[in-house]
Design a protein around this ligand. Structure first.
Ligand code: AKG
Ligand code: FE2
Length: 290
């Protein structure tokens, strides 16, 4: 099954439909590639200082640079891209709210073999989430052109409906080839992996992922973003980063305080979340709209 490509003018509902159908899709040239070049320039010293990965999953010839909210104003824009947030909300329907899961530049260096094919949701101790119930929605922005030779992400379209804990090889997958500025969407249940880089140049991908707010975040935003920086960020971004309750009660502070209130005294809502709404959504079992 080919990986479906759509134009940047496509609405988020259509992207969510494709994610439901195939578990993945590519939006061609969703942003001007110059924006991603500027982001790479912003992050230059951090990219240079990032060590290679410690194992074959992280990639011994791959550098993973995170903390992007703290380090890159352009990342703050991309994290809140309206098309992405609309598609994530529709894909994670039924959740009271969702949050940023991680921000990471994945720089796959020459000579890196194909990453083991996996589901990102295996990060949650391999918990067997029900088929068709997505807990995570991912984006991978091509910072330079992604080709089959330089390490374009390898995917098995439709595999979000497969059984869990299956093993696949590179030959079972298809490369998400796309031009710089394009964005690949894929769900937490889709089998995929970073591609082998058989060229002499680095492949740069910007991975921004989102998950239901009742799950632990992969990147710890409270520690990755120093408080002095966080205090200056806009409220919607802070909410997305996790300065919010997950569902009705998760993550409150001391006397049932909204976590945003600790960072910005007076900004929070009083008491807990909306119990009636949270209960309604929980009873719908995640099948209703968020
Ligand atoms: O870099 C890529 O293309 C994908 C990487 C990936 O799937 C992962 O690190 O979980
Ligand atoms: Fe992955």
């Amino acid at each position: 099954m080919p990986i479906e490509h759509v134009a940047a003018t496509t609405g988020s509902e259509r992207i969510a439909e494709l994610l439901e159908r195939d578990g993945c899709c590519v939006v061609d040239r969703a942003v001007d590639p110059a924006l991603l070049d500027a982001m790479r320039a912003e992050l230059g010293p951090y990219l240079a200082a990032t060590p290679l990965g410690p194992d074959s999953f992280s990639g011994r010839r791959t550098r993973r640079t995170g903390g992007l909210i703290a380090r890159s104003p352009i990342a703050r824009e991309l994290v809140q891209h309206p098309l992405v947030l609309g598609a994530v909300k529709a894909t994670l329907r039924g959740a009271t709210n969702f949050q940023l899961h991680l921000t990471q530049i994945i720089a796959i260096g020459p000579g890196e073999p194909c990453q083991p094919i996996h589901r990102d949701q295996w990060a949650f101790d391999l918990f067997p989430f029900p088929k068709g119930y997505e807990v995570q929605c991912n984006t991978l922005w091509a910072m330079n052109d992604f080709t089959a030779e330089n390490g374009a992400t390898r995917l098995i379209p439709g595999s979000h409906r497969f059984e869990d804990r299956l093993s696949f090889q590179e030959r079972d997958t298809e490369p998400a080839e796309m031009g710089a500025g394009s964005v690949l969407f894929y769900t937490g249940a889709l089998y995929h992996g970073g591609g082998a880089n058989r060229t002499s140049a680095v492949r740069y991908g910007l991975n921004i992922t989102y998950a239901r707010a009742w799950l632990r975040q992969e990147e710890n935003q409270y520690l990755a973003v120093p408080r002095a920086i966080a205090k200056e960020l806009p409220l919607p971004l802070l909410r997305l980063m996790g300065y919010a309750r997950g569902a009705y009660a998760l993550g409150y502070v001391d006397d049932l305080r909204d976590p945003i209130d600790v960072l910005l005294p007076g900004a929070g809502a009083s008491g807990l979340g909306d119990f009636a709404r949270a209960e309604r959504q929980a009873r719908r079992g995640g099948s209703g709209s968020a």
